[in-house]
Design a protein. Structure first.
Length: 129
């Protein structure tokens, strides 16, 4: 029997997650990394499109609040994610399948750790029905 391997899409801020940290994650068959200039550039339609295209989980990764390269982008992202989680539940998708995580450039080991933990959580949830 095949074991479920979740498909995870990670939208990552250009400024908070460096390329060296992501090289191992980019080679993972079940993880798709999409770099944006700021977490606030992740339009809600991108998240919905990811789920509609077969993603089992979506993570948005940005700079810590107060450290945004564009000043308030991560605050906008925080509000959007709260609204998106409510919207997902209306569509019958568990809100836990969408995760927002703050990662600073100096937190070199945090990037693969949070993506790995999120992938494990999505695996526990199983495929979207």
């Amino acid at each position: 029997m095949n074991e479920f391997e979740p498909k995870v899409v990670v939208f990552r801020c250009n400024w908070c997650s460096r390329d060296g940290e992501t090289s191992k994650m980019e080679s993972a068959a079940n993880t798709k990394l999409i770099r944006t200039m700021c977490s606030s550039r992740v339009d809600p339609s991108f998240v919905l499109k990811a789920f509609a295209s077969g993603a089992d989980g979506v993570m948005i990764m940005g700079c810590h609040p107060g450290d945004c390269h564009y000043l308030s982008g991560n605050y906008k992202t925080m509000r959007r994610v709260m609204l998106l989680k409510n919207m997902l539940s209306q569509f019958g998708i568990e809100p836990e399948r969408l995760k927002l995580e703050w990662v600073a450039p100096s937190e070199e080991t945090k990037f693969p750790e949070v993506v790995g933990n999120f992938t494990s959580k999505v695996k526990e949830l199983g495929p979207i029905r």
